[in-house]
Design a binder for this molecule. Structure first.
Ligand code: 13P
Ligand code: SF4
Length: 302
């Protein structure tokens, strides 16, 4: 089937199933183009919480679909490829967190949404890259356990007086962007502004004009008077940046920054998912209830 027919079939089935398609900013261009909503983790969580649709087809990675399932237990949440996981979310096990809590008994746990439902269930509050600083500073305690991203934890520590005990996880995709990449691009494009995601290495963050979540980067680029941007995050975001700002130029900091899991969702898999109404992402009730508290606390702030 050619792409045009695939798109047509997906649109028809989406209507028939009363489904909404949510896509992350790193998804393939054709997936972003067919989605009802494209956004960052925070925006997608909010959409999942608010949508009237009976079926949510999540084009992203597993923890994102799981978050939607936690927020909307009465809806069917579908993930077109169950193997689309986030390696960073797998870098901390519930047992590791239990041990960490024993080491810092007075510190509340702030869990980046890039965690499994089981880990969220053991956490006090969630955060995304869009609100991590705000969430940490909203807490009364002076010590915080921050999981699982050491680099986002490091970024937050720049904007708080609190002691951050960060877990050692990291994003293997963002870790491929080096300060040398930014410097090289800056030499080629001296007028360009440098925008990066806070999952990047601290040495990369040091070179940035703006550090933001994926949607934060999109909004910044739209509102900045600059005409050129060096983009330090997963390359999938360039589609949206170029589409929404045809008069501006965007250069990836590194072509190597590709998240293979985000690319696992294809139009073919999306069509099969709508046809068969699976794979369904389901979270066991006890875990769901506990994880929900941490997510709702986050959504209540800001
Ligand atoms: P955002 O919430 O900024 O979209 O980030 C999600 C993610 O997985 C980044 O690697
Ligand atoms: Fe996980 Fe990194 Fe992929 Fe985001 S880009 S989903 S953090 S592996």
């Amino acid at each position: 089937m050619n792409q045009e027919s695939l798109v047509q079939k997906i649109k028809e089935l989406k209507e028939a199933r009363k489904a909404v398609i949510l896509a992350h900013n790193y998804q393939r261009p054709e997936i972003q183009d067919i989605a009802d909503f494209v956004g960052d983790s925070l925006g997608l969580s909010r959409q999942a919480a608010q949508t009237e649709a009976k079926v949510i087809v999540f084009c992203g990675v597993h923890f994102m679909a799981e978050t939607a399932a936690i927020l909307s237990p009465d809806k069917t949440v579908l993930l077109p490829d169950l193997n689309a996981g986030c390696p960073m979310a797998e870098m901390i096990e519930p047992e590791d967190l239990i041990e960490l809590k024993k080491q810092h008994p007075k510190a509340p746990v702030v869990a980046y949404v890039n965690t499994t439902a089981k880990t969220k269930a053991l956490s006090d509050i969630c955060c995304t890259s869009a609100n991590a600083v705000e969430i940490v500073n909203s807490l009364q305690e002076e010590e915080i356990i921050f999981i699982p991203d050491r680099y986002l934890g490091h970024y937050v520590s720049r904007f708080t007086t609190k002691k951050i005990h960060a877990w050692r996880g990291f994003c293997p995709t963002h870790a491929l962007i080096y300060p040398e990449d930014i410097k090289k691009q800056k030499e080629i494009h001296p007028e360009a502004e440098v925008v990066v995601h806070p999952e990047c290495l601290p040495e990369v963050v040091d070179l940035a004009d703006k550090v933001a979540s994926t949607t934060g980067i999109v909004n910044y680029a739209a509102n900045s008077s600059a005409k050129e941007f060096i983009v330090g995050t997963e390359v999938g975001i360039l589609h949206r940046l170029k589409k929404e700002n045809p008069d501006k130029s965007f250069y990836p900091a590194s072509e190597k920054a590709v998240c293979p899991n985000m690319k696992k969702i294809t139009l073919e898999k999306l069509l099969i998912t709508l046809e068969e109404q699976e794979p369904i992402v389901f979270v066991e009730e006890r875990i769901r209830n506990q994880a929900l508290k941490a997510i709702e606390k986050m959504l209540a702030i800001g």
